[in-house]
Design a protein around this ligand. Sequence first.
Ligand SMILES: Cc1ncc(COP(=O)(O)O)c(C=O)c1O
Length: 404
Amino acid sequence: MLDAVIDAIDGRMISIDGHWLADFASCNYLGFDLDEEIIASIPEMIDKWGTHPSWSRLLGSPALYEEIEHRTADLLGCEDTLVLPTITHIHMSVISLLAGSGTLFLDSRAHKTIYDGAQFARHHGATIKRFRHDDPQNLEQLLRADTGSPRLICMDGVNSMTGNAPDIRKFARLAREYDALLYVDDAHGFGVIGERSDEESSPYGMRGNSIVRHYGESYDNVILVGGFSKSYSSLLAFITCPTRLKSMLKVAAPPYLYSGPSPIASLATVLAGFDVNDQRGDTIRADLHRKTGRVLEALSELEISTPNQSGLPIIEIPLSKHEDIDEVGRFLFDRGIYTTIAAYPLVPKAEVGFRIQVTAANDDEQISKLIEVLTDLSTKFRLQTASTMAHWWEGNKVTHPVGR
Ligand SMILES: Cc1ncc(COP(=O)(O)O)c(C=O)c1O
């Protein structure tokens, strides 16, 4: 279940050495990787622009970039955006520029790529202070006691393991009150959650325009980072920024100056993805919500615990005995279910387990098969119960991201 060579795909089925499995490890939440309209958009763009621009963005960018940056800003409702190939490029360059020689307040469970960006910032003179995961009170204590300037608060939006999200309103308020900038990585929320509306097709909200809009927040003192490599199935990432900050990043962020850009096929699929999102996105999200609900309901009936309290399509199932993970992985593989294995030391022993991701491209037959396999798995292996998961709630104060 790790480092697999996948020799073919058929929808959300994958073949490994001729063995077919239902893929529940994909981050292509909206199924855009398989969408015919999006696939069909690529050849025309390649005819026009070739396969790859090759200039660093400082030298020049195809006009497609301007269009993408404008459309991203329109969707998110922010002043401006800058796009670079990946979120990792953004964290490794922008975090140190924003933190300068001031203080960086880092959520203790921030994604590894944020953590690495923070380490880089430390080498450039920033002081790092870690606050307890999703704990605004602890953050406030640190902010109150700190005299550094500038101040940057770095954290995730939708968490890549628990599928939960922090209540961003509390952190944005602290950022404004303590003259700090809140920097949020919503790699997994962008495309899935969005602005709330009485007409919304599911509690995920509308338009998939990410966590800031989901909570009805503004971009004052808030920087949002997200990527097109998950919901939009492409290779590109964005950072929201006032135009003045964008101008600074264009001369100071090394990936803008020196890195190669995304291939034309990726730019084409982002643009076609915007069209599909406008036309069918909310219907797709309603379907994703329904399918995820089927899995969560089955887990609840089987009394299998998961940290997921949000209803979002990231469902981790921790084991009681971390030593079982190899056997659990083999069981899932043999039964034709592919998931992400979270083994020690990638995660602490108490959190070893596997992560199911549901996408709109998983069909109902695959979901039924998943539920059948989980039912059998729960009779053969000890999974965590509500009481053994208590530590999750201590270290992982979760809020419900889809509540009003
Ligand atoms: C929260 C989060 N941030 C960043 C990344 C990395 O994104 P990218 O591949 O665009 O660098 C991931 C990838 O899984 C992620 O889950």
